[in-house]
Design a protein around this ligand. Structure first.
Ligand code: MN
Length: 320
């Protein structure tokens, strides 16, 4: 049976032992929504298989406790932000309700009751429930819901007016600062040694401009793959980052889509260059790596030269 926000809340009050169940690899929308409901109404959060990177970060930051792969011994299971049964990895649903924002939720058919709204995130629907029950919006709840809205809208890229309104309301009611949430969910890793590797990769970057293309090489002692991704993020079209560990030179490469379209194929590049340096390499067109032997500077120079030769001038690419 389909019901509205206040009815959803009233129905939940009939149960004493509620499990808020998130889909596998739970994202911030699922976890944040489950957390807000648990805080307001009581119950337990369940997660199938674990949380994704950002949701794990939020769980850590807010001290959110959840049960991993819970058993079905609850009075009611509230399936959160989930549209199909397969996302629950075969969890046996008996007495359950659904709260979700996806267009079609096949789970609704057998649910005791469900709340579905056409929103950008489940978090926005949960805010509606909290408002209808007159619940105060606490900081942790606001943090979790804003994180859910932000990630489900791709940092507002797919946001509706309602999403902006919901975030504004959450900030206003809780006193939380938007920047606090952004700091946690941004792509910057929390790991200090990883951040230092990124900064060193940028500091040691050898930047080469070929026509309008930018090819960057650098060296770090670890995290070469993420460092190469970051060099692309800050401006490189193609980036090669080497790490020398004992005798082995590990090179990671990343390329922007534009560079791939213009002829760069990092998988082939890594295969060929690694063979020249007694190693092996491969991967994908836009992300590849190798383990080789020799002088890191020479290996990186060979990579850059190969990339240079593969790139068509940008004009040609635009006209084709
Ligand atoms: Mn969602």
């Amino acid at each position: 049976m389909e019901i509205d926000e206040s009815e959803f809340y009233n129905r939940l009050l009939d149960y004493h032992n509620i499990l808020y169940l998130c889909h596998r690899n739970a994202d911030p929308d699922a976890l944040g929504s489950a957390f807000a409901l648990k805080e307001a109404i009581g119950g337990t959060i369940g997660v199938i298989d674990g949380c994704d990177r950002v949701a794990s970060q939020i769980a850590k930051q807010l001290n959110i406790e959840y049960v991993l792969n819970p058993a079905d011994d609850y009075d009611l299971v509230v399936v959160v932000d989930t549209s199909t049964l397969t996302q629950l990895n075969g969890f046996q649903l008996k007495n359950y309700a659904v709260i979700d924002h996806h267009a079609t939720t096949s789970l609704n058919d057998d649910a005791i009751f469900f709340l579905r709204q056409n929103r950008s995130s489940t978090a926005e629907i949960v805010l509606g429930i909290l408002n209808s029950m007159g619940a105060p919006i606490k900081r942790r709840t606001a943090f979790a819901l804003i994180a859910g809205i932000l990630t489900d809208t791709g940092n507002f890229k797919h946001a509706s007016a309602d999403s902006f309104r919901a975030v504004a309301e959450l900030i206003e009611l809780s006193g939380i600062e938007y920047g606090e949430v952004m700091d946690v969910i941004s792509s910057i890793p929390q790991d200090v040694s990883m951040r230092i590797a990124f900064l060193k990769a940028a500091q040691r970057a050898v930047i080469e401009k070929v026509d309008e293309w930018i090819i960057v090489t650098s060296q770090v002692s670890s995290f070469s793959g993420s460092a190469a991704s970051n060099l692309v993020l800050v401006g490189a079209d193609v980036a090669f980052v080497a790490s020398k560990i004992d005798d082995v030179v590990k090179v990671s490469a990343r390329a922007r889509k534009y560079a791939i379209n213009a002829g760069v194929n990092l998988a082939r590049l890594m295969e060929e260059i690694s063979a020249r340096f007694n190693g092996t390499g491969g991967g994908h067109e836009g992300a590849a790596g190798m383990d080789a032997y020799g002088d890191p500077d020479s290996i990186l120079a060979s990579c850059a030269e190969y990339a240079r030769a593969s790139l068509r001038p940008k004009q040609t690419q635009l006209l084709s």
